[in-house]
Write a protein that binds this ligand. Structure first.
Ligand code: MG
Length: 218
């Protein structure tokens, strides 16, 4: 069983499902040659893919192009289905910094064939999460800076208010498709600047006022 860690609480919560949003920043959709979506594009990762920054990201052998994607992660703290704005906001109980590691070469081949992205997105160590900051401690303003460096060289640097779909709209939409439950995590998409990481690299990820961490790629 994998459990989530909270900054100032010893509560242990079992990890549920990881729901990820693709193409949620205009400039990132453009850099990959994708259309800006009308509805959030969602996909899943298994709880088994999740690690904390104390672990290492393991580069799979079947790819030569693993990309970093830094993302705001929403922690869902109660069960919701078909939520309205108020219930969606209330269900978001905390925030974290996450990495949605992606095998871009594998994903591009799958996309061309119209196949699911599973082996490009769901491998072990493909999801990283910081400690969770509960909303009772910090309430997201929405314009916090989100950034990522590889070996101290800045690669991604944007603000959360350049998202296409806001956290509330994402949660509302997902709750029309699947019930969200305590322990579920929502990866809200990455800003522009994604790129390759190699074995031996050190990734630094941060969101202003939420968390920052470093993690190794092996
Ligand atoms: Mg992503």
């Amino acid at each position: 069983m994998k459990t989530l860690k909270f900054r100032n609480s010893n509560e242990e919560v079992e990890v549920g499902k990881l729901v990820c949003v693709g193409r949620n920043y205009v400039k990132h959709a453009e850099e990959l040659g994708n259309e800006v979506p009308e509805f959030p594009l969602i996909f899943l990762k298994p709880a088994s893919s999740l690690i904390s920054p104390e672990a290492n990201i393991i580069h799979p052998e079947y790819s030569t192009e693993m990309h970093h994607e830094v993302e705001l992660v929403l922690y869902i703290g109660e069960t919701i289905k078909n939520a309205d704005d108020r219930l969606a906001e209330e269900a978001i109980k905390g925030y974290a910094v996450g990495l949605d590691m992606t095998l871009r070469d594998v994903q591009s081949n799958l996309k061309k064939k119209g196949h699911p992205w599973t082996i490009a997105k769901c491998f072990d160590t493909s999801a990283v999460i910081s400690e969770i900051v509960e909303k009772s401690e910090y309430r997201l303003k929405g314009d916090e800076r989100i950034s990522l460096s590889v070996n101290d060289e800045e690669k991604q640097n944007s603000k959360l208010d350049t998202m296409i779909f806001s956290p509330v709209n994402i949660v509302k939409y997902i709750s029309t498709i699947m019930t969200l439950e305590k322990g579920d995590l929502i990866y809200t998409g990455t800003p522009e600047g994604v790129g390759r990481v190699n074995r031996g690299d050190i990734i630094s990820a941060s969101i202003e006022n939420i968390a920052e961490f470093k993690i190794n790629v092996l």
